[in-house]
Ligand binder design. Structure first.
Ligand code: ZN
Ligand code: ZN
Length: 143
């Protein structure tokens, strides 16, 4: 799989050892964007029962710290992980069922919003969450 070898390369670039748990953790997040910790653990341990829950927690933390995974946590939600990193995309979250989808950055640059007063900070990220109702939930309320 070219995706896997590409990720092995990314691990080495980040000076991280290539381990089965890291490959499986990243593959699980890649296959299920915005998965929560428990579903990642379930996915990894479905394939590799010898990997402990704690090991999967560690994989998520290490890969997030290295910028190889992105962690998002909309208000009222548990932490979610995704493999789409480095593009400053945003999220739409359903108020009713909590489903999350990607929304591309409005202007295509980081940060996509210019703070009216930056307090002297060097701003490099704008975290935007759009809230609303997903198509399934808005259909359910209107009928
Ligand atoms: Zn919904
Ligand atoms: Zn996303």
């Amino acid at each position: 799989m070219p995706k896997t070898s590409g990720f092995e390369h990314m691990l080495r670039e980040a000076s991280l050892r290539v381990t089965k748990a890291r490959l499986a953790g990243r593959a699980a997040v890649h296959g299920h964007p915005h998965a929560d910790t428990d579903s990642v653990i379930g996915d990894v341990r479905g394939d590799l029962p010898e990997v402990s829950r704690q090991a999967v927690y560690d994989v998520l933390r290490v890969l997030t710290d290295a910028g190889l995974l992105r962690r998002i946590q909309p208000a009222g939600s548990v932490a979610r992980y995704e493999a789409r990193v480095g593009d400053n995309h945003h999220h739409v979250v359903c108020r009713s069922c909590g489903v999350i989808a990607d929304a591309d950055c409005a202007v295509g640059e980081t940060p996509c919003l210019v703070a009216s007063h930056d307090h002297g900070f060097m701003i490099d990220e704008a975290e935007v969450v759009y809230w609303g109702l997903c198509p399934a939930c808005s259909t359910a309320t209107s009928t």
